[in-house]
Design a protein around this ligand. Sequence first.
Ligand SMILES: [Zn+2]
Length: 125
Amino acid sequence: MALKLVQPKSQGRLTQDEFLERAKRSFGQEFWEYWIIYLGVAPAVCPKCKTESIRILRLADPSRKVGRQIWSKWYLWCQSCLHGIYCPPGTYFVKKGQPYILWNDRKALEKNLPKALKLIRPAGF
Ligand SMILES: [Zn+2]
């Protein structure tokens, strides 16, 4: 699952709750609330406007693979109020069948990402 992928090996003994709690302290509450939607831990409801308008855009590089998984970064935002986040440091992958745009395709990025996106930055970065 996604959790395993973003969890550093040195923290392998943390429970999911401890892991999430640590991430909350690290990212800050506001960023974290969107991040856990990406992980699938929280329902896809916008923490700010409470609508179910969450969108995810994955940027992937098929030349960077780990096993059969493709390396990716992503944006997650609310289409309604346009608050969202860009993925924090860590390794993420596109799962089989998930749509994505190419990592270096700027035109596709401009086309798919709302121009008025209000990005929330993680507190510790
Ligand atoms: Zn919203």
